[in-house]
Design a binder for this molecule. Structure first.
Ligand code: GLA
Length: 378
């Protein structure tokens, strides 16, 4: 069916079909650009690309979620700033590959997605990663998953105007089915940790608050700059280098506006350690309190939650969730809730009722299943 859509838009046959998933981060938020630790899973929901090479150097892009127009770009003239909107990311991936010395030309790419956009589930990282995966196979590039993630991150930084860390792209490229990805963002060391909730009668619900936030609006960049400034004032390469037992002395040396940011990053890195210990001990339910503590830190110290995410967390806990927190950059987006399987419906109803009462839009709810990173599907 996806191939049929390609044929309708471009004429002729594609060479293949690729998929790159969105993600939810279990814990380790706003730690990646501080050289810290993250623990995401990839979702079943993904961006799919149906593609074939072109020999004339043109990059032609069509999105089923777009405005119905076919975008056409010359791959030898791709410059950041010239390309606005969603096509800047695929274009950025092609340009970053060219700059890295890969011999790549044009392509026809039909894109489609079942990932809610702007929901904090990394739809833009998935877009960059699916284009990188398609180009890897179409042009037979030596581009292992982590290298593809770095290409997509750079495209997002330079062409998307977002100084994001590497978590989302690494999750979309490198995750494996049935596992959470423990990533050290300093050296990109990875460990796949079994995350099979169903075997423990647990579920991870994703509650999309429908509050959308554009990461390119400067808020994210300001937080990142605050963390980097704090590390500089403390004489550290990155906040990752501040150990929990050095926190209180460090806070005494920092201006009042930077202290809470630092406290969040230090305690959050420690929470990743606690979460991993629970999973390693075969006790995924033990994640619950870690998630809830992470939310409090994002709400009170990092200050990136919003009334809707706070309410979703509170209502989920009140309805029997073992733990809940916002996931992703914040300012809206989605909340994850770890729930006993037999309470999933009750938690969904509790959060929906609380949103209705508060006059908020009905949240979108689905169960997250730890899935594979970017790959060819046809
Ligand atoms: C966004 C960014 C990531 C990461 C998270 C916060 O998703 O793209 O790099 O910084 O926010 O953890």
């Amino acid at each position: 069916m996806v191939r049929g859509e390609f044929e309708r838009v471009f004429g002729g046959s594609p060479e293949g079909v690729w998929a790159a998933p969105g993600r939810v981060n279990l814990i380790g938020e706003h730690t990646d650009y501080n050289d810290g630790f993250v623990l995401p899973i990839a979702l079943r929901q993904s961006v799919r690309a149906v593609a074939r090479r072109r020999s004339d150097g043109l990059l032609r892009l069509f999105s089923a979620q777009g405005d119905g127009r076919l975008a056409e770009l010359a791959t030898d003239r791709l410059a950041p700033g010239d390309i606005v909107g969603w096509t800047s990311l695929p274009a950025g991936v092609v340009q970053v590959l060219r700059e890295a010395g890969h011999e790549v030309g044009g392509a026809d790419i039909h894109l489609d997605s079942d990932l809610p956009m702007g929901a904090g589930l990394s739809s833009s990282a998935a877009l960059g990663c699916v284009v990188a995966a398609a180009y890897r196979d179409l042009y037979r590039l030596d581009l292992p998953p982590a290298a593809a993630a770095l290409v997509a991150q750079r495209a997002e930084n330079v062409f998307g105007g977002v100084p994001c860390g590497v978590m989302d792209q690494m999750a979309s490229s490198c995750c494996t089915a049935g596992a959470a990805l423990l990533l050290d963002t300093r050296d990109l060391t990875q460990r796949q940790i079994p995350f099979e909730l169903a075997a423990h009668d647990l579920r991870l619900l994703v509650l999309d608050t429908r509050v959308k936030h554009d990461l390119a609006d400067g808020t994210y960049a300001a937080l990142r700059a605050g963390c980097e400034r704090a590390a500089e004032l403390l004489g550290l390469p990155a906040l990752r280098d501040l150990a929990p037992d050095g926190l209180s002395a460090a806070l005494d040396r920092l201006p009042a506006d930077l202290g809470p940011l630092v406290r969040h990053v230090v305690t959050e890195n420690a929470r990743v350690g606690r979460a991993v210990a629970a999973l390693d001990a075969g006790d995924p339910a033990g994640l619950g309190p870690v998630l809830t503590a992470g939310h409090a830190s994002l709400r009170d110290d990092f200050r990136v939650s919003c009334p809707e995410t706070d309410l979703a967390v509170e209502a989920a806990l009140a309805a029997g969730a073992l733990g809940a927190r916002m996931t992703g950059a914040g300012f809206g987006g989605s909340v994850i809730a770890l729930v006993p399987a037999d309470r999933a419906a009750g938690v969904t109803e509790g959060v929906t009722a609380a949103f209705r009462e508060a006059g908020y839009a009905v949240p979108g709810v689905f169960t997250a299943v730890a899935s594979a990173g970017a790959h060819r599907i046809d």
